[in-house]
Each structure stands twice: as structure tokens, then as C-alpha cells.
Ligand binder design. Structure first.
Ligand code: HEM
Length: 265
């Protein structure tokens, strides 16, 4: 049992983080054309918009909360005078609300991906599998809330913070810090690390684009309206002269689409 704990919480974190870092760099270097979210917006929009907004608001709040909550040194909270119990309650409340939003949105996205035949046909195994993994992870995360409610003084949360920070500082014996926590937390930690491990092989990589490109992007985008563009009479082609004495044929009108690059402001 102790060996399993050592493998899962002392060794697996390093495997997951190494694959995450190296895998992302290699994929970016070798397969930039696949570095995208693989949008399916063209195939079915309505359910996507609602599901996507809920999912993204929730998941970004959770990622931000986990990052700050787990990796901020404990002395910073102490220096700011934030009691550990208050931080615990904030994590449960904010994480709980964000988790429910994310779960609702994610289930809409999953429903669309599984039951719309066109989206299903264009989805890879990874597209569907990562959504299922995230939904499972969310359910486990939400299931930790009643357990956390049993110790509102924040002492369990301190174990997770010390463990997460210990991983990054190569603290010896780091796995022992979480050896006695509730199994639901252990399952959540292991699945969380698994998500980091598979990250470079999924569409989740598009998350990294936001900080790298989108905020700093200078470019232009050509947007086509849904309305057909107005037809424009550009040239009257001289008609072929008819037989002698016949009235001249009207000149045919040649219609062309205006060049959107020149006309659209
Ligand atoms: C390696 C990755 C992850 C680690 C180490 C981790 C760790 C934790 C811990 C320690 C808690 C309990 C916080 C407390 O009550 O003291 C928690 C809660 C939670 N986690 Fe994660 N988690 C990870 C990834 C994720 C992911 C990917 C999601 C969702 C997409 C998620 C969703 C949640 C939710 C909804 C809660 C409950 C609300 C809260 O306490 O914030 N977690 N997580």
C-alpha cells in the first residue's frame, strides 16, 4: 500500500509533468497544423454556444483557483492574514459554483458530440475521451466538497498545498504528505495528473495558444455576411450585331460579386 502511494504521489507527478512539458513542445514543433481546438461550430451552433460558454467560464475559474490555491506559498496567505479555514471555504464555494457551471456546460458539449451524427463522424476518439475525462474529474472534484465540509479548519487543504508545492521543489518523501487523505481526494489527484499526462495529445493544447498568440496577435480577419452581396452591373458587353435591319439585342449584363477585400470596411 505504501509502495502504491509512493508511485502514485511521489513518482507519477513527475511522469505526468514531464510528458506534459516535453509532449507539448514536441507537438508544437512537429505538428503545428493540428495545434487547435478543432472547432465543430459549423456543424451545429446553438447548443455549442451555451455549452461552450458555461464550460469555459467554469473550467477557467477552476484552473485559476487550483493554480493560485495550490501553488501560492502558505506564508503568503499567512502574511495577508487569510485564515486557513476561510481559504478552505472560499475554495469550496467558488470551486463548487464553477464546478457546477462547468459540468452543466460540459455535459451539453458531450451530448452534442455523442448524439449529433455529423459531429460524431468528425470527432476523433481523443475529442470525446478528453471531455469524458474532464466530466469524471469534475464529478470527483464536486464529490470532495462534502468531505471537505467535515474539516473546515483547512488542515487537509494545507496537506494538498504542501504536497503540490513539494512536487515542484523536489521535496523528499512528498508522497507521505497525502498518504492518509480520503480516497476521493486521492482519486481526484490521480485523474488530475492523468489529464496533465494526456494533455499534449488532445485538443486541450489550444489552451496554451491563448497566452502565446491570441493576446499578442496582430492580424486581420475576413468575415462574410450571411446575406448575399448585392449584384453589381459592371460592364455592358457589346451585343453581337443581328441580321441587317433587325432591332439590336439588348446588351447582356455581366454580374460579378464585388471584391470583399475592396468593398468591406
Ligand atoms: C493535477 C490536477 C488537479 C489537482 C492536483 C487537483 C486538486 C484538488 C484538490 C486538492 C481539491 C480540494 C480542495 C479543497 O477542498 O481543499 C480539488 C477540488 C476540486 N477540483 Fe481539482 N485538482 C486537479 C484538477 C482538476 C480539474 C482538471 C478539474 C475540473 C476540470 C477539477 C475540479 C475540481 C472541483 C470542481 C473541485 C471542488 C471545488 C474546490 O474545492 O475547488 N480539478 N482539486
Amino acid at each position: 500500500m505504501q509502495l502504491l502511494n509512493q508511485i502514485l504521489f511521489g513518482i507519477y507527478p513527475y511522469i505526468a509533468l514531464s510528458v506534459l512539458a516535453l509532449g507539448s513542445v514536441i507537438r508544437f514543433d512537429r505538428e503545428q497544423y493540428t495545434w487547435r481546438s478543432g472547432s465543430s461550430q459549423l456543424l451545429r451552433r446553438r447548443q455549442l454556444v451555451m455549452g461552450s460558454v458555461l464550460f469555459h467560464v467554469g473550467v477557467l475559474t477552476i484552473f485559476g483557483g487550483h493554480f493560485v490555491g495550490l501553488l501560492t506559498p502558505i506564508w503568503v496567505f499567512d502574511a495577508l492574514g487569510v485564515p486557513h479555514g476561510a481559504k478552505q471555504i472560499l475554495a469550496m464555494a467558488a470551486g463548487g459554483v464553477a464546478g457546477v457551471l462547468c459540468l452543466a456546460g460540459g455535459l451539453m458539449l458531450l451530448h452534442r458530440r455523442l448524439f449529433d451524427p455529423r459531429i460524431r463522424a468528425t470527432s476523433s476518439f481523443g475529442d470525446t475521451a478528453i471531455l469524458i475525462l474532464l466530466m469524471a474529474q469534475l464529478s470527483l472534484g464536486l464529490a470532495t466538497i462534502p468531505v471537505s465540509a467535515g474539516h473546515l479548519d483547512g488542515h487537509e487543504m494545507l496537506k494538498f498545498m504542501t504536497w503540490a508545492q513539494g512536487v515542484f521543489t523536489f521535496r523528499p518523501g512528498v508522497a507521505e504528505l497525502v498518504a492518509d487523505v480520503h480516497p476521493i481526494f486521492k482519486a481526484h489527484l490521480v485523474l488530475g495528473m492523468t489529464i496533465l499526462l494526456v494533455f499534449p495529445f488532445t485538443r486541450l493544447v489550444h489552451m496554451l495558444s491563448a497566452p502565446i498568440w491570441y493576446l499578442n496577435r496582430r492580424g486581420w480577419q475576413l468575415v462574410r455576411t450571411k446575406q448575399p452581396l448585392p449584384r453589381r452591373r459592371v460592364a455592358a458587353v457589346p451585343s453581337h450585331p443581328g441580321p441587317a435591319g433587325a432591332p439590336p439585342k439588348p446588351a447582356p449584363v455581366q454580374a460579378v460579386w464585388p471584391d470583399p477585400l475592396k468593398t468591406a470596411e
